[in-house]
Design a protein around this ligand. Structure first.
Ligand SMILES: [Zn+2]
Length: 196
């Protein structure tokens, strides 16, 4: 079930999403798939590898002293969802982003998608976080907006969390972006700019 969420009021967004408090912010970047789990694959390019490349680039961009970025996978290995969630919940993060790449039988479908779960205890905070990222990303890339999905990871992380599908490998333009170093740099910078 996919339900497009309504756009939230700006006042609510400003109220619930703020990085302005003192102290170090911990952002966890969950890198989807890995090992035996390739995710989607098109023309030899695998979701697990591309998400990993972009995750590493986001990590490398971080020079902010008050932001600590932790990635959940540091190589190509499989981490069961339950273990992923337990690990993430042990990190005391302020926000969690799960990086994925999409595919569709219709090659015309393109753009970013953002997912949150209305079954998460912090669903309102998660929506505000997703809205903050989406409003910035959609200035630079095409976006399908914020949708609801009760994925295991989105339901069970005890921190505001959004899953970002960073484009469709099945779409020629997105494919070019996702599989080129230049495109990956652009995506990583756009995401990093929303969390730094
Ligand atoms: Zn995925």
């Amino acid at each position: 079930m996919k339900k497009v969420l309504r756009v939230f009021g700006f006042a609510l967004l400003l109220f619930t999403f703020s990085f302005s408090y003192a102290g170090e912010k911990i952002i966890v970047i969950d890198i989807g798939h890995g090992g035996k789990d390739d995710g989607f694959a098109v023309d030899g390019f695998k979701e697990k590898d591309l998400a990993f490349e972009i995750g590493l680039k986001i990590l490398a961009l971080n020079k902010a002293e008050d932001v600590k970025i932790i990635i959940t996978r540091e190589g190509d290995y499989f981490v069961p969802l339950k273990d992923r969630v337990e690990h993430i919940n042990s990190l005391n993060a302020d926000y969690v982003i799960s990086l994925h790449i999409n595919s569709h039988k219709d090659a015309k479908v393109n753009g970013f998608e953002f997912y949150v779960s209305d079954e998460n205890a912090l669903s309102e905070e998660s929506k505000a976080f997703a809205q903050h990222i989406e409003s910035s990303i959609s200035k630079e890339f095409s976006s399908q907006g914020i949708k609801n999905a009760n994925f295991f990871i989105l339901k069970n992380i005890k921190t505001p969390v959004t899953l970002i599908e960073m484009g469709f490998l099945s779409n020629p333009d997105d494919w070019k972006l996702l599989t080129s170093v230049k495109g990956q740099d652009k995506i990583a910078a756009a995401i990093y700019n929303t969390i730094k």
